[in-house]
Design a protein around this ligand. Structure first.
Ligand code: RIB
Length: 297
């Protein structure tokens, strides 16, 4: 069983600020770090560190070669990571405030240069029993979903960042949704939260398994194993960037290897509690032995 993650690769420009910049304000930042990131790359790293056999498909420019190295160092196969001339690698401008929270401006760049030919070349190497993991930072997602469905792959969608393009996807082909409350509200078309929201999502996508992440309130699953709640573990937050990606990678790797929902949610919550105590995106994602050895505060 192989995992194909068709997803973004970003250069993250990470600025430490006292507070998020307000309208009309100019704020000095005395710290800039440049990290590897992108929801796709982060989730590939998390899946691989959690023990899955991961293939990352996506597009970078020549300025993003180091992103491929990050994936390879994490044990991810980059055969399907394409490098294009004359296009900039995608990037993110991330403000990290004194509470450790972030806000992000995204520039798609090469992430928006996925072609149907690339999709066809990649998907033909996968089949029934393999998994496809997707976020919403690349183009051609509806086509990727259709092709993967034709091949009998199981499909995981983290619809992040959420926008109207999500509704171009045949969402009935999705086996797993992993999403936060804002994304859940957009997909369900309601302003509900927590248990009301997961019920609405369950009604809308009755054949899917759904995990709703609730930040400090934990997470909740609805699907074949009923409704399962998981508390968040307490952590000294430095930077929340990639905490959601860490959760997605660890949860899905657990499920793919046959873990119960309860155990996979628990492992994913521990992994994301560790990730928020560290700076950066991919580099904040813990190794599996750290997650296993995690002690709750
Ligand atoms: O989820 C975190 C990621 O979102 C960052 O690494 C950034 O690149 C954006 O894609």
């Amino acid at each position: 069983m192989k995992v194909l993650n068709f997803g973004s690769l970003n250069i993250d420009y990470f600025y430490k600020v006292g507070h998020f910049v307000q309208k009309g304000e100019t704020q000095a930042s005395d710290m800039l770090n440049i990290y590897g990131g992108g929801k796709g790359l982060n989730q590939s790293v998390a899946l691989s560190r959690a023990g899955a056999e991961v293939y990352h498909a996506g597009v970078i420019g020549t300025d993003g070669a180091f992103l491929k190295e990050i994936l390879e160092e994490a044990g991810v196969n980059t055969t399907f990571t394409q490098e294009l001339q004359n296009v900039r690698t995608g990037h993110a401008i991330i403000q990290n405030d004194s509470a450790g929270d972030n806000c992000i401006i995204l520039y798609g760049g090469a992430n928006q240069e996925v072609t149907k030919e690339l999709v066809d070349d990649v998907i033909k190497e996968f089949g029934s029993g393999d998994w496809l993991v997707l976020q919403n930072e690349i183009n051609e997602i509806p086509y990727i979903v259709d092709k993967a469905h034709e091949k009998g792959m199981k499909i995981v969608l983290n619809p992040s960042p959420v926008n109207n393009k999500i509704f171009e996807i045949n969402l009935s082909y999705i086996d797993y949704f992993i999403l936060n409350e804002g994304e859940g509200q957009a997909l369900a078309g309601v302003q509900a939260d927590g248990s009301t929201l997961i019920n609405k999502l369950g009604e809308k996508f009755p054949d899917a398994e759904i995990v709703l992440t609730l930040g400090e309130r934990g997470s909740v699953y609805s699907g074949k194993e009923g409704v399962v709640w998981q508390d968040a573990y307490k952590a000294d937050v430095i930077d929340t960037t990639a905490a959601g990606d860490t959760f997605t990678g660890y949860f899905m790797a657990g499920r793919m290897e046959g873990m119960s929902v309860k155990d996979a949610l628990n492992m994913a919550s521990k992994a994301s509690a560790l990730a928020v105590t560290r700076k950066g995106a991919a580099m904040s994602i813990p190794m599996k032995d750290e997650v296993i050895g995690f002690k709750a505060k």
